[in-house]
Design a binder for this molecule. Structure first.
Ligand SMILES: Cc1cc2nc3c(=O)[nH]c(=O)nc-3n(C[C@H](O)[C@H](O)[C@H](O)COP(=O)(O)OP(=O)(O)OC[C@H]3O[C@@H](n4cnc5c(N)ncnc54)[C@H](O)[C@@H]3O)c2cc1C
Length: 437
């Protein structure tokens, strides 16, 4: 089984999200061969949102997940619903031309799609939409966020610069010198969101099967056949491959079109009121501007949850966890020792241009990957768009157009590359801090 999952164990990781997420709707393993209009491989936000969209349009849908819906990055992230992509709006337009305003809009609107979907299906995932804050702790970072805020403001987004004097009250730490807020963002329990999408898909009539790895994909006449572990098959006219960083060789070239990058999360025990009143008391969520950024928020069960501070391409997150604890102590050490209780990690997919990619064949297979760590909104939006494409949308009007699949440069050296990038970015963050504070 694990060969399908980038080497990870098939059990749900020990995250805090499991403690409060509602149980998964009944998704038994596939027990017989079956036919459907569309087969979807992978039950994260991407695959599940595609299933919902296709069912709402009346298509029959089978979703299979090698482990269970929400097992991948979808159920183990920080739960920050962040607008936009890695690149700023003007950078996207400069790279891809004026029509790329549609891509910018897709990124900006993605949190709205998430929060609307939560409302539409009454998904019990503790949504909080108080805004996403990006604080900066050097002059360089401060200039960058001022430009970013101005670019979004020009496009009519509900964004604002925060007053430096107010940052310590908003964030609970004096280390940042500037910050902006994007009111489109917010936070959720991500595992509960994934399980809520699975429940919505099942209630709409989708067949969703856990513990069912797809191990082969081949053409048979005018149909596609998905071979599943256990010997059963799905015959479908169209196929969506939504395996993200956990992609294998089901579609030739897909695994090598991205690098799976592992990032870690740490969480405290529920915090005492004295700390909760000081750390993000407005229940915003935040990610800073460092190259090795940290993301932080308070969970619905009153824990500080923090991620980032580096990455690895291996299965081992043990070098990242102490860095996260140190980063947290730098921010909130003045409030006392933080009671760390949990640490976990997972892979997200990085592409060579740091943008998500959609790939499609001429005969009905479509895949997407590469949310590059900003995937709650974007993967939800891409799942919907891939479904719309299979329903007949013209590729020319899709914000993210299907592109040719190309291998990630130096894919074979990814472990060294990610380790080098983490060190290099860490050193550059230290230089920035010493020169520009
Ligand atoms: C630690 C971490 C923190 C993050 N924090 C944030 C955040 O705060 N905000 C944000 O926006 N984004 C964040 N991200 C990114 C975000 O979680 C992902 O971009 C998003 O969840 C990707 O969703 P997905 O559905 O495309 O893939 P996944 O959720 O990874 O789902 C892929 C699924 O495919 C299944 N699969 C794989 N192979 C097969 C097969 N052969 N057969 C059947 N099933 C298969 C797997 O079991 C898995 O369930 C984070 C990611 C990580 C890892």
């Amino acid at each position: 089984m694990t060969k399908h999952l980038a080497g990870e164990q098939p059990q749900l990781p020990e995250t805090i999200w499991r403690l409060t997420a509602p149980p998964l709707v009944d998704c038994p393993p596939l027990q017989a061969s079956i036919e459907a209009d569309v087969a979807i491989i992978g039950g994260g936000f991407t695959g599940l949102m595609a299933a919902i969209t296709l069912r709402e349009a009346g298509r029959s849908v089978v979703v299979v997940d090698a482990t269970e819906p929400g097992w991948g990055a979808s159920g183990r992230n920080n739960g920050q619903v962040i607008p936009g992509f890695k690149w700023d709006p003007d950078e996207i337009v400069a790279r891809y031309g004026p029509k790329a305003e549609a891509v910018v809009a897709m990124g900006g609107d993605a949190p709205g799609l998430v929060f609307n979907t939560i409302e539409r299906f009454s998904i019990d995932c503790s949504p909080v939409r108080q805004g996403w804050i990006q604080p900066a702790y050097t002059d360089i970072g401060a200039r960058r966020i001022a430009s970013r805020q101005a670019q979004w403001a020009r496009r009519g987004a509900p964004v604002d610069m925060l007053k430096p004097a107010e940052l310590p009250q908003i964030l609970g730490t004096p280390i940042f010198q500037a910050g902006w807020i994007d009111l489109r963002g917010g936070s959720i329990n991500p595992l509960a969101y994934a399980r809520g999408l699975a429940k919505a898909a099942v209630n709409l009539g989708a067949d969703v099967h856990a513990r069912t790895a797809a191990i082969g994909l081949r053409r048979q006449g005018s149909a596609w056949v998905v071979e599943c572990e256990g010997g059963h098959r799905i015959q479908a006219c169209q196929v969506i491959v939504a395996t993200a960083a956990y992609a294998d060789d089901l579609v030739a070239g897909l695994r090598k079109a991205m690098v799976p990058v592992r990032t870690a999360q740490v969480a405290t025990a529920p915090l005492p009121a004295a700390m909760l009143d000081r750390i993000l008391p407005g229940r915003h969520c935040a990610s800073d501007t460092r190259r090795l950024l940290t993301s932080f928020r308070i969970s619905p069960d009153r824990r500080l949850v923090m991620g980032g501070s580096g990455a690895t391409a291996t299965l081992d997150h043990s070098s990242i966890v102490p860095r996260l604890h140190t980063a947290a102590a730098e921010m909130w050490g003045h409030l006392g020792a933080l009671p760390w209780e949990f640490a976990w990690s997972g892979f997200f997919a990085v592409t060579n241009d740091h943008m998500p990619h959609i790939h499609e064949s001429a005969d009905g297979v479509i895949c997407a990957l590469g949310c590059n760590g900003r995937g709650i909104g974007i993967s939800t939006a891409i799942g919907k768009q891939m479904a719309e494409r299979l329903l007949g949308a013209d590729a020319r009007v899709m914000p993210l157009k299907p592109i040719e699949m190309k291998p990630f440069a130096f894919h074979a050296f990814r472990t060294l590359g990610v380790a080098f990038a983490t060190r290099y970015h860490g050193v550059r963050d230290k230089i920035d801090k010493s020169k520009f504070r």
